[in-house]
Design a protein around this ligand. Sequence first.
Ligand code: SF4
Length: 81
Amino acid sequence: MTDAAPPGRLPLDGRFHIDDTCIDCHLCRDLAPDNFESDDENEIHYVCKQPEDESELEGVLDAYESCPSNSIRYLRISTEE
Ligand code: SF4
């Protein structure tokens, strides 16, 4: 897998995740509560569900673009051998 800009369509060939630079600001969960969850014990957030439709993708992309620490990452899964 490689880092890549998220596509402007459903990310069927990739996955979002949050790296270890998350500062636990809660913004992503506010923008996409079905897709981001808080890990209170470790004071971070994580992706609890990949976006499954356009509405969820819109919220996840809003979070991706708004995260103050650029902690939300998109990994494209390469199908090339
Ligand atoms: S918006 Fe970014 S910094 Fe804030 S909780 Fe989500 S991943 Fe962490």
